[in-house]
Design a protein around this ligand. Structure first.
Ligand code: APR
Ligand code: PHB
Length: 390
């Protein structure tokens, strides 16, 4: 029987960051993770950090490599109707974003946690939680054939969209909101220099495309694709041809191609659960909400949840007050819904939903209006860099 203050299910960015911040405030936690350390560290996800996320990583003593290796971006571009219009984030909001892959964030987090002697139970199976309604919840799991049990004060459900924490809550205690989009993103990673210094989001008659990067020598590109597409059908050369066909000519001509080192398809989804607290269980990050990747809000929202929850837990152990713990759900959901709205809107103006020419003209009119209006650009920019914390 193991005992800890906070049992954290899932060692993705949410769980690892929560555990690190709690540790720095003298609070003990145990992480229970379904996959191996190697698997968790190698997963490729998004790569744009809001300043608030950077600040939280610094607060967690994780900034050293990130500050050295990140690329600071003061803007990005929107491509449509053969034009390219820059969104001057810095000029509009006095803020910038940092390009630093989630894979790197996760590696830094695992290293920091292991160096501090954290207890992380990797490759745990049959994970189950019990007793979240009373004050002594239990987490049970199997590791290397042995059944383990953790008793704790709180359980943090950081186990992603497919995790068990949300599923452990009685159906009538939870409400879910969901929107599926009729397309996915086909992404590739390649060791070629990025086509531009900043990101380019492209609305094209053939579908959306995004030019992103991980460093000055590693590019990340995406094209919108059908939900039934097979990865095997996408050779590297087909991908590069499709990408270039969706970019304005001068950008398409500048794309440097090369062999992909990773290729994957992900469906787009908006998903929110309410509330986020059930007795002693708190849902955090992807376990609580999913946003389409347009605008790169997923990891930033997860970090924002962690920020609210860790402070509430620290307050509880310092003062005995449960006030902030009781406000976690409401506080996190207010921020979440604004990011859900933003990523839905950004998706809706940049992707091809149908062959309807009227809908297409509306999108182009909106992009044209946006690029000519400081008011509209400021709205886009302040959401993109991350809304202020209350
Ligand atoms: N038991 C233990 N661990 C589990 C279980 C389970 N039953 N189910 C899932 N997990 C683990 C997964 O293996 C994964 O490592 O929980 C972790 C969840 O990590 P993520 O899915 O990355 O979610 P989160 O940590 O909330 O990260 C925020 O926001 O949009 C994104 O891409 C972004 O993944 C990032 C996320
Ligand atoms: C990425 O680099 O993976 C990325 C960047 C911006 C987005 C989404 C994904 O909006």
């Amino acid at each position: 029987m193991l005992r800890t203050q906070v049992a954290i299910i899932g060692a993705g960015p949410s769980g690892l960051l929560l555990s690190q911040l709690l540790h720095l405030h003298g609070i003990d936690s145990i992480l229970v993770e379904r996959h191996s350390r190697e698997y968790v560290a190698a997963r490729i996800r998004a790569g744009v950090l809001e300043q608030g996320t950077v600040d939280l990583l610094l607060e967690a003593n994780l900034g050293e490599r990130m500050l050295k290796e990140r690329l600071v971006h003061d803007g990005f571009s929107l491509a449509f109707s053969g034009r390219t219009e820059r969104v001057d984030l810095k000029g509009l909001t006095q803020k910038a974003v940092s390009v630093y892959g989630q894979t790197e964030v996760t590696k830094d987090l695992i290293e920091a946690r292991v160096a501090a002697g954290a207890k992380i139970c990797f490759t745990a199976s049959e994970v189950a939680i019990e007793g979240i309604d009373d004050h002594h919840p239990t987490v049970r799991f199997t590791q290397e054939g042995r059944t383990q049990e953790i008793t704790c004060d709180f359980v943090a459900g950081c186990d992603g969209y497919h995790g068990i924490c949300r599923q452990s809550v009685p159906k009538d205690a939870i409400r879910t909101f969901e929107r599926l989009y009729p397309f996915g993103w086909l992404g590739i990673l390649a060791d070629v220099p990025p086509v531009a210094h900043e990101l380019i989001y492209s609305n094209h008659a053939r579908g959306f495309a995004l030019c992103s990067m991980r460093s000055s020598t590693r590019s990340r590109y995406y094209v919108q694709c059908g939900l039934d597409e097979k990865l095997e059908a996408w050779t590297d050369s087909r991908f590069w041809d499709e990408l270039r066909s969706r970019l304005p000519d001068e950008i398409a001509d500048a794309v440097v191609t090369g062999p992909s080192i990773e290729k994957s398809i992900a469906p787009l989804r908006s998903f929110v659960v309410e509330p986020l607290k059930f007795g002693q269980l708190f849902l955090v990050g992807d376990a609580a909400h999913i946003v389409p990747p347009t605008g790169a809000k997923g990891l930033n929202l997860a970090a924002a949840d962690v920020r609210v929850l860790y402070r509430a837990i620290v307050e509880y152990y310092r003062t005995g007050s449960t006030e902030s713990l009781n406000l976690y759900s409401e506080k996190s959901l207010r921020r979440t819904w604004k990011a859900v709205r933003f990523s839905w809107w950004f998706t809706s103006i940049s992707h091809k939903f149908s062959d309807d020419p009227f809908a297409n003209r509306l999108q182009l009119a909106e992009l044209d209006y946006l690029s000519g209006s400081t008011a509209a650009l400021t709205s886009l920019a302040e959401n993109y860099v991350g809304l202020p914390f209350e």
